[in-house]
Design a protein. Structure first.
Length: 168
């Protein structure tokens, strides 16, 4: 995955639309499906928990398949990019302890991966207006830059390869 600039207002607008559409679809769909099953298969005891649960599960599956189907639509470009960025950052976070140990030893791949993680996190936090830990991120980036200088490594986010995480 490569980091790229995205239009924050467009991203926020489209994300909010997708969230609200999913909420509406989940509410309407799960109630409609549950009511249909209750109508078709009434329970004399009055407990319809299993039909309500099935309505939610079926509706979630439909929403998931619709989102997957439209993931390449231009409207979803920014939203899908951020979802994929979050997945990439999550993979890096799970390996961060090992990456930091390798970076301290001068491992170029680890240094590039950590740099990608910090750059991606910065972008993500700015897009989501989550700037509380930006000071910590700046400190971590300074420490990483010192390591890169020590080992004479030029940090470049475009040099990060997700497949390289398998070695850690």
């Amino acid at each position: 995955m490569q980091l790229r600039e995205i239009d924050k207002p467009r991203y926020r607008k489209h994300l909010n639309y997708v969230i609200w559409a999913c909420i509406a679809a989940l509410t309407i769909g799960s109630l409609a499906i549950a009511q249909l099953f209750i109508l078709l298969f009434p329970d004399q005891s009055g407990s319809h928990f299993h039909w309500n649960l099935l309505g939610v599960v079926v509706t979630c599956a439909v929403i998931g398949s619709v989102l997957n189907h439209y993931r390449r639509h231009p409207f979803m470009t920014e939203v899908v990019y951020v979802w994929e960025l979050k997945q990439a950052l999550n993979q890096l976070t799970r390996k961060m302890a090992k990456l930091k140990k390798a970076a301290e030893q001068g491992d170029v791949t680890a240094l590039q991966a950590i740099h990608f993680s910090y750059s991606g996190s910065r972008q993500l936090w700015q897009l989501d207006d989550n700037t509380i830990t930006m000071d910590d991120l700046a400190r971590w980036q300074t420490e990483l830059n010192a390591l890169a200088e020590k080992y004479q490594v030029t940090l470049d986010v475009s040099r990060y390869d997700p497949a390289s995480l398998k070695q850690y």
